[in-house]
Design a binder for this molecule. Structure first.
Ligand code: AQP
Length: 342
């Protein structure tokens, strides 16, 4: 489904980890769709602080990044009157549902997820249990509100596939309660980082931030790896494999002219990077101003997050009630002691 096709009210969910600050990968791969899909849908966006605990163990940092992520989303155009924005740990029902869902999940399913294998490689001294069960909690995040559409970057595709399998397994065992979710991608589902090789990622530090000071953003962009075979200024460039050229597709409607300049060596990589920096700063200047305005309103972000969590309480509790009932939890209908079983 494309973002523009999602005009009939549908339940939409997505989550973002407060494991760092908002970057271009988040925006181009997912946040654009959050903002487009808040129109005409029931959208729920969650700052998934439980998930961030799998890699970040500094309490102050989690709190600060949670605030910054929420502030960034609001500045970029997420409207709390249209979409619900909340913090995962304010709705602990997610964690309980994750446990209940985990009872249908073979360990082999979570062991084989690419993100778990990747985290084993990138944080070998911290392969904690929550990393393994991350996709089950992610499934619970979506399932607890019975959401169908999940705007995400392509790096989340395997998790979404697993979420579908988990929900199918649970529904087969206990009856159809949950909805199988579908991923919704943008036209830039994987944005490469400043290294030009790996996915742009907070934990890899290869990011172009959206709300950093101007000089930081310029430095991040001018440090980007371009076409590694273009050694001399006079060498022709290959825009198809140059990450800077690829990013130009999203910042202006003249990227083909820019690409032609690279191909013919009329422009050099430094020119192309400087232009990208100007355009990125231009594209986010309104959002950057809005961020400053919102940051100056004491308690605003906290108010939005708390109100969002409160709005979701009845739905979360009702889903848990239904789940308990199907799974045989709670005993209000149990026969009195000594009464015949039938
Ligand atoms: N490089 C990317 N390209 C496309 N989409 C991306 N997203 C993240 N990076 C890219 C999408 O942004 C949403 C929020 O992501 P997240 O911050 O919750 O988690 P992530 O995918 O794990 O992002 P990072 O920066 O890589 O975080 P760390 O380093 O903490 O693991 C998601 O929909 C994601 O797909």
């Amino acid at each position: 489904m494309s973002a523009t096709a999602a005009r009939t009210p549908a339940r939409v969910f997505s989550g973002v980890q407060p494991s760092g600050l908002p970057h271009l990968g988040n925006y181009l791969g997912a946040f654009r769709n959050y903002i487009a899909m808040q129109e005409g849908n029931d959208e729920i966006i969650c700052i998934v602080d439980y998930h961030a605990l799998t890699s970040t163990h500094d309490a102050e940092l989690i709190r600060r990044n949670t605030y910054e992520m929420a502030l960034g989303l609001l500045a970029l155009g997420l409207d709390p009157d249209k979409a619900v924005l909340f913090r995962q740990s304010d709705r602990p029902e997610h964690a309980e549902l994750a446990y209940l869902l985990s009872t249908v999940v073979p360990v082999s399913w979570v062991e084989r997820t690419p993100s778990f294998k990747e985290k084993k490689r990138t944080q070998p001294d911290d392969v904690n249990h929550a990393l393994l069960t991350y996709p089950v909690l992610q499934t619970a995040d979506i399932a607890i509100y019975k959401c169908r559409y999940v705007p995400v970057g392509k790096d989340q595709a395997a998790h979404l596939e697993l979420a579908r399998e988990i929900i199918r397994a649970w529904n087969v065992r206990y009856g159809a309660v949950f909805v199988e979710p579908e991923a919704v991608f943008t036209d830039s589902p994987i944005v490469k980082g400043t290294d030009g090789i790996q996915k742009m990622s907070k934990s890899l530090g290869n990011v172009v931030e959206i709300f950093a000071p101007e000089e930081v953003i310029r430095k991040q962009i001018t440090s980007m790896v371009t076409d590694t075979q273009r050694i001399l200024r006079t060498d022709p460039g290959r825009p198809e494999i140059c990450n800077v050229c690829q990013l130009h597709r999203f910042f202006g409607d003249d990227y083909e002219t820019i690409w032609e300049g690279e191909r013919t060596a009329r422009t050099g990589c430094v020119d192309t990077k400087r232009l990208l920096a100007d355009r990125v700063l231009g594209a986010f200047s309104e959002a950057r101003d809005r961020r400053a305005e919102l940051a100056a309103r004491p308690g605003y972000v906290e108010e939005v997050l708390r109100a969002g969590a409160e709005r979701l309480a009845p739905m979360a509790r009702e889903t848990l009630r239904e789940t308990h009932e199907r799974m045989g939890l709670g005993g209000s209908e149990a026969p009195a002691a000594g009464a015949p079983a039938s």
